[in-house]
Design a protein around this ligand. Structure first.
Ligand SMILES: [Mg+2]
Length: 306
């Protein structure tokens, strides 16, 4: 996932980014597996406790989740005019720009992650809970191939409003390349503006002069910045906005401290309680541990008092 020359901790974050979720998938086979619904017909229904039961239900069944997402996109929409008008408004961190002197006059764009930012994959997570399974590339690819993900509440209105104001929506996702066609079809089917196929910056997008490592999004943000003034970024993971060099709680805290002021103005973070880099940070990114061992580490991480 990461360059061999980088530290093991960098390797760990790359793995953590790809393991639990659709956020990153590599080693694609190019094969679209049998539809999950067919596979699941023969599986027993799991009844054991599952770490994700409440999180998935919150996303699917709570009015609070929907209200939260609606609030975020409406607030972002309220910032659109100012972001478009202010030529020094940029949502890329300076270190991730190749053109530090020449971006202000570029046309405006918004970078949006896809999974759990614009498309809701909670039905996939729900199937895992039902069947007592964890994420894997085959079941994930089968879900994506169904093209049944619904939009996150509020995103279509926001994206259309931005598009009508002349803002290009860029979709920067770690979905594997063999899923590109299904992904674009799903985005279009739910009414999201897709100007053309070039606005999809998927895993494996070639970026001249930038060596991409695994699932990190740095090079693709650089690519976006060469052609656009990026007025906003949307995601559900810290790594959707800026490079997370080491996936430890301390490093993640540091990023939030450094860029906390950007949230709610240039950066917009969707709530995703079902997976993300925060979880493996609690068990040292050791996905090779048995599930119960990871769970034990998470129980150890519970704060019983401040
Ligand atoms: Mg995501």
């Amino acid at each position: 996932m990461r360059p061999l020359l980088l530290s093991l901790s960098l390797l760990a974050i790359g793995l953590s980014a790809c393991r639990p979720a659709p956020e990153a998938t590599t080693g694609q086979t190019g094969q679209v597996p049998q539809a999950a619904s067919v596979q699941q017909a023969t599986r027993p229904v799991a009844t054991d406790a599952d770490d994700n039961l409440n999180a998935v239900l919150w996303v699917q069944r709570s009015q609070e989740y929907r209200a939260n997402a609606l609030s975020l996109f409406r607030a972002a929409a309220d910032h659109l005019d100012a972001a478009i008008a202010e030529k020094n408004w940029d949502a890329l961190v300076p270190d991730e720009r190749d053109n530090p002197q020449a971006w202000a006059e570029l046309p405006p764009a918004v970078i949006m992650d896809i999974d759990e930012t614009v498309l809701d994959n909670s039905p996939y997570q729900a199937r895992l809970v039902r069947d007592g399974l964890e994420y894997d590339e085959a079941t994930w690819a089968a879900w994506v191939a169904e093209k049944k993900a619904e939009p996150v509440p509020g995103v279509v209105d926001f994206a259309r409003a931005a598009s009508q104001k002349g803002v290009t929506i860029l979709y920067l996702s770690n979905r594997a390349q063999h899923l590109n066609e299904a992904t674009l079809a799903n985005l279009r089917a739910v009414g999201l503006p897709v100007k053309d196929d070039s606005v999809f910056l998927g895993l494996g997008t070639h970026v001249e002069g930038c060596e991409q490592h695994g699932s990190e999004k740095l090079c693709r943000r650089r690519l976006a910045g060469r052609d656009y003034r990026v007025i906003m970024q949307f995601g559900d993971q810290l790594g959707d906005f800026v490079q997370v060099m080491v996936n430890t709680e301390e490093a993640r805290d540091g990023l939030l401290e450094e860029y906390g002021d950007w949230f709610g103005e240039r950066w917009w973070m969707l709530a995703n309680p079902t997976y993300g880099g925060w979880e493996p940070a609690l068990f040292n990114n050791a996905w090779d541990q048995p599930r119960e061992q990871r769970r034990a580490a998470k129980r150890e991480a519970l704060r019983l008092a401040r």
